[in-house]
Structure formats: C-alpha cells, structure tokens
Design a protein around this ligand. Sequence first.
Ligand SMILES: [Zn+2]
Length: 308
Amino acid sequence: MNLGALPQKTIKAAMPCRGIGVHSGARVAMVLQPAATDSGIVFRRSDRGGACVAAHWRNVQESPLCTTLTNREGVSVATVEHLLAAFAGAEIDNAVVELDGPEVPVMDGSAEPFLFLIERAGIVEQDAPRRAIKVLKPVRVADEDCTAALEPDVGFSVSFEIDFSSQRVRRQDIALSIDAETFKADLARARTFGFLEEVERLRAAGLARGGSLENAVVVSDGKVLNTGGLRYADEFVRHKALDAVGDLYLAGGPIIGHFHGVRSGHAMNRRLLEALFADRTAWCRTTLGATEMAEAANWASGARAARA
Ligand SMILES: [Zn+2]
C-alpha cells in the first residue's frame, strides 16, 4: 500500500435484519456480509439462485420513486438508495448484501438502522488503498425546473434545494460537507416522505404497498401526521440529500467533488453519473490519501465552525 494512503474498509462480521419492502410490501430477510478488496457493494438474491447485482450506475433501471438495480439476466433489487447512503456515510467500500426478496427493507425510511447494523458488525480496514472518483470540471443535467450538478471540490460535499407546493414543506435548502461524522449527525436519520393525497394514486399503481407512518413522514393538509413530528426541522431536504449520497455511491466509489441538486430525484442523479462518465476529461480515478483527507477534514470543520 502507498505510504499515507487510506485503506479500503469492509464490515467485520455478518449482520442479519428483517423488514418489509416499502413498494412491494414483501417481507425480506437481509444479511450484510464482509467482502474482499476491490469487490465494491454487491447485492445477492438468495431466492434467485444467488444471482448477483453490482451497485453500479450502469445497472440502474428506470423506476418511479426509488433506485432499482438490475443485472443482465434481469434479476433486480429495488430501493437500494438508503442502504447505499449508509455504506457511503460509514465509508464501507466492500460488502455483500444478501436478500431473499426483490427489495431492500425500508426499516424506518432513513439510513440510521443500516448505519446501526454496520456499526454493530464492526468496521475492518483492508490491505488495499481506497479508490475515489475525482471531479475535474463541472457537469450538469437539467429538466424544466430540476437540476443535478457536480463540480470540483476538496472533499465530498452536497447542497440541495427543494420547493414543494405543500405549505408544510415549501422551500428548504441545505449545504453540508460529508464525512462519517456529519453523515451520521446531519443526514442519517432523515426519513423518506410523502403526501397523503398521493398515497391512493401510488397504491393504485402498485407502489407504496408497504408504506406507513412507521417508515415515512406523511404530510396532509400542511400537517405532519406522524406522532412525534419531524426528526429535523428541515427533514425533507435532508432526506433528499441522503438520497443523493446513496445514488452517487453508484459511481463505484466515493466522489471527490461537490453535488448540487435542485428538486433532483433518483432518475436525474443517475443521468448525472452517466454524463460525468461520458466525458473522459471531467473526472479521474485517484487513491484517497491521508493528506488529501486531512485537507478535506480541515475544510469541513472550518465550514462547520462557519455555520455555528
Ligand atoms: Zn429516499
């Protein structure tokens, strides 16, 4: 290993959990398992003969409301984004996620239960340098009023703006430099959300069958219906930032750069990665070094101090 390079990481032990898929309503048993260096995050369907689907943007299949991965044989795993966000936040490079169903359990609608599983499993350093994708020039994709963009930065940072017509949500924005500490404190607990008015429409479309107040913030008539209210005053925009962190981990490793999203969603986040990798001058592979990360950490604590 290069002197000063940060090591890749995996989890120390297998860690099982159970839950339901928010869209399929299916009960799923899932086991997070350690994996070898340079293998990345791989999903394995034990109910489909052990078929594997790599967590890579090229495997993303267009699907409404969540990120679904599909391999060449057509075997899929849905709703991977919150688990991937937890792996990104905990800086786990390699893991196998074994499932006996078609969808990652939604748990409480946030990344916190997955982060808890990873912490309980323990994290182990591996004998290979951590590889990242460094953004070299701005890349942007946009639709009418949605934008997703990446630009060069010293570490990984995310900013996001949303603007919903619901008076409870309206305009919210957030900007954060992301490391294990800020991810856990500022994003991991933010839950997915929906509007009660949409639920009937989603159910009719065969979606959100497992959705409930146990795994989503539900807004109706400008009010949050969940007892206990919100976990952060701006939980909605924090969840959108969490989704982006998970989606961007499909780059195949951590990104060194700044992500900016305006009302962006899973489909647009995928288009952004496609646009980044289509331009060979917009990115390069690099090994994450201790010096580089110290610089990013300094910058991050400076940014935290400036906000405080
Ligand atoms: Zn989400």
